[in-house]
Design a protein around this ligand. Sequence first.
Ligand SMILES: *Cc1c(COP(=O)(O)O)cnc(C)c1O
Length: 480
Amino acid sequence: MPRRADGLPTLDPPSFDAFRKKAHEMLDGIVDHVEHLADGPAWRPMPADVRSAFDAPVPFGETPIEDVHAEFERLILPYGSGNAHPRFVGWVQGGGTPYGMMAELLAAGLNPNVGGRDHAAIEVERQIVRWMRRLFGFPESATGILVTGTSMANLLAVIVAKTKRLGAATRERGLAAEGMRLIAYTSTAAHGCVRRAMEHSGLGSANLRMIPTDAGHRMNLDALTAAIAKDRAEGHTPFLVVGNAGTVDIGAIDHLDALATCAKQNDLWFHVDGAFGSLGVFSPELAPKLAGLERADSIALDFHKWGQVPYDAGFLLVRDGEAHRAAFADEPAYLARDERGLSAGQPWFTDFGPDLSRGFRALKVWFTLKTFGVDRLGATMAETCRLAQVLEARVASEPTLELLAPVPLNIVCFRVRHGDPELADRLNRDIVVELQESGVAVPSTTRIDGKLAIRVAIVNHRCREPDLQALVDAIVAKAP
Ligand SMILES: *Cc1c(COP(=O)(O)O)cnc(C)c1O
């Protein structure tokens, strides 16, 4: 057990000089890694002997930091998921930045608990909320909170909408006492976490209507209106419509303004899943596509996707701050608030979500927004959309490839043509797996109109045109 100069055991380094030297080495190691990302494969599978190293027994004794760090470099560093790599275009993932990384280090050094109380980390998160209000055109009374990701933000939005509809007393009484069926609406293009939010909130996914979409994957408004009328006629209680600002499969943006009007006419809470697309308001080029977003009752989004903040950094913005607070706030004796001292500074962030202990996510968001500025982040997003257009044109020019969906933002879905539908699915799935395993690039797959598609989502700021051309070259070379 390390001991201090006075002989007492400690968890701090016995020598801060030696620690500082080691800490600098560790920092150099990870900065080197980020600097040279492009030289390595986009992903490499973990060999069995490396994986089995994680079966090592519980470490009851001490291990010197030098050895633990050496293990990190040998067992963990080379086998990341690759989302920071320029040729990682799978799913919808951001690449992070070295500035965000440093903010994480500083946040961990401070180690504040951002559930509440009166300290600087709270003010940083409040500033993020104020900036988001401003950027999304929300009123001063709007509230917000950082969460893990959009899955969680969507869940919180469903809970806020439900509590608003039923009144705060429902928190105690529970759904069984309400004697009504609350119905929510979203489109068939919605992310699966909207369905899960209905499940986790106890409302039940059977009470989520999946409204069909048009050819551009946008919710069909007539079908929505008809579904609401039908549910009303059957005695149910429509309460929520979830619009999309950037669908997960192709990046489609619903007719948000029309959805807002429809929600208002039908007395529904209008929530927008804007996981990546909503941050397009940062770009003057993209913002017009999001018209109507400023009319939402709530917006869920991820800073860790198009915002390039290191994982995890989701966010929920709620127009009616009182409704937001009424859904979660509570004040047990051991969390009593005060006018002065460390217990001051109401409301606390724990009043706006289920978490009490919360990390300092706000610092990496703050560093990212400040060091780059909103304009530069917006320009980076617009550039990913331009690259998607370049990729779309290249796909269209290749006789062996077919485009499977429109390209409204930064996602391109296509595949290698094959006469036999089943073989086409297998061929394209195999191509994606081979690209991943060879480390050439990481696209992922989805299904468009039942067809397996190679899906290239350009979210990562490091992706450039030659990366995409190399990806298509590799795919075309595998075409039969
Ligand atoms: C990524 C995504 C989600 C889920 O967000 P997480 O941060 O992964 O929880 C939800 N909706 C859409 C449209 C997404 O792209």
